[in-house]
Write a protein that binds this ligand. Structure first.
Ligand SMILES: Cc1c2[nH]c(c1CCC(=O)O)Cc1[nH]c(c(CCC(=O)O)c1C)Cc1[nH]c(c(CCC(=O)O)c1C)Cc1[nH]c(c(C)c1CCC(=O)O)C2
Length: 370
């Protein structure tokens, strides 16, 4: 166990916040609510800032590495919606870029890797890059978190926690192998089947890289850590258990030892998309499991089979419906979540870029009023 510094927000400001209490299994007076992808394209102030600051040579990943911009974008949805958490504005691909991978975010497409990792030789070349070199490269991320923490202290009563996040090794490998977004992740799943040793070396390396990114955010002040496995849903349970879950656990292990002044560890959250068939293997000794919109929270909990907090899972598609329909869907989610030891309200996946921000603000108010 490694004690976080005395002045870490978990020790000074956020330890009794509804979010941290719920992750640790309490039911605070109001159900905490935040939205995956709350910082970003659905906000006019974000689009305005990007238009003002983007240059010909600055893509989205470069913006993530400008501390002033990353912290400002992180704070925007907290100011606007009054959500119970900030999530650091960055991207799951940032640590790969810092580790020397030539990756860009193509607007409207997603991550594009210039030289995909297709063969065991490609894997061997990649993993020869020692992830320890990230420790200096991560400095802009650390500075961005520090500025965010200072900014959060100025909003409301100053107790809003920051969530640190990272991509799970499988989702990172899915981009590294295919070189671009893919529907069924055939290339990555083929490498796993054809060359399991190379696959395991690749995902262990990715776990080290992404775990260091996650740890840096927590060390600088994030009060919880979420691992995103956005593409895990393409896997059969057996393959997930054998060739994916161990690497995800390694990534989480990079922050598992960090404790606050009460001796409690930093809350860990694991989220997968389309992972309904995988829930029995997704509690990697975490505090909360994020559930997508496909499986009701109570059903997911039965499959997870352990005593965890659930997070989710309003269908993002409902955000475009009339308000009465949204309210009914909120009630439905809250009822299903009431069987869990605790519930953190969220969407079942990220905020769609076309979402009316007013709707998100109203949802925060409605969840708080329940
Ligand atoms: C798979 C994944 C990625 N990135 C992420 C995931 C896991 C979560 C998920 O499944 O949605 C995680 C992520 N990406 C971003 C955040 C920031 C914080 C937040 O959630 O508010 C987070 C947590 C910013 C972003 N990351 C990205 C944007 C949009 C780019 C822009 O604003 O120009 C933002 C705000 C780009 C991105 N980055 C990625 C994709 C698929 C895209 C979308 C490409 C597009 O449609 O333009 C990879």
């Amino acid at each position: 166990m490694t004690a976080l510094p005395e002045n870490h927000p978990l020790n000074t400001r956020t330890g009794a916040s509804p979010l941290v209490r719920a992750y640790r299994g309490d039911r605070p007076e109001t159900t905490p609510v935040w939205f995956m992808r709350q910082a970003g394209r659905s906000l006019p102030e974000y689009r305005e800032l990007r238009q003002r600051t983007d240059g010909p040579d600055r893509d989205m990943l470069d913006t993530c590495l400008v501390p002033e911009l990353a912290s400002e974008i992180t704070l925007q949805p907290v100011r606007r919606h009054g959500v119970d958490a900030a999530i650091f504005f960055s991207d799951i691909m940032v640590p790969l870029k810092l580790a020397g991978v030539d990756v860009k975010i193509a607007p409207g497409v997603g991550p594009v890797v210039a030289e995909p990792i297709r063969t065991p030789d490609d894997v061997a070349r990649l993993v020869a890059n020692d992830p320890a070199m990230l420790e200096t490269a991560l400095e802009p991320v650390r500075e961005g978190v520090r500025q965010t923490i200072a900014g959060l202290a100025e909003i409301g009563d100053g107790s809003t926690p920051l969530i640190g996040f990272a991509g799970a090794p499988f989702t990172l490998a899915a981009y590294l192998v295919a070189g671009r977004p893919s529907k069924d992740h055939l290339e990555a799943r083929t490498l796993m089947r054809a060359h399991p040793d190379a696959w395991d070396a690749l995902t262990r390396w990715a776990a080290d890289v992404t775990g260091r990114f996650l740890r840096a955010q927590v060390e600088e002040g994030a009060s919880a850590a979420q691992l995103f496995d956005s593409w895990a849903g393409s896997l059969p349970l057996e393959q997930y258990r054998e060739h994916v879950a161990p690497a995800s656990r390694l990534a989480l292990d990079r922050v598992r030892d960090l404790t606050d002044a009460t001796g409690a560890r930093v809350p860990l959250v694991h989220f997968g998309v389309g992972a309904g068939e995988l829930y029995s293997a997704m509690d990697l000794d975490v505090d909360a499991v994020g559930v997508d919109w496909r499986v009701p929270l109570d059903v997911a909990l039965e499959r997870i089979g352990t005593d965890v907090t659930v997070q989710g899972n309003l269908d993002p598609a409902v955000l475009g419906a009339p308000w009465e329909i949204i309210v009914a869907a909120i009630d439905h989610v809250m009822l299903a979540g009431s069987v869990a030891r605790a519930h953190v309200f969220n969407l079942g996946h990220g905020v769609p870029p076309t979402t009316d921000p007013e709707v998100l603000t109203r949802i925060v108010q409605a969840v708080h009023a329940r």
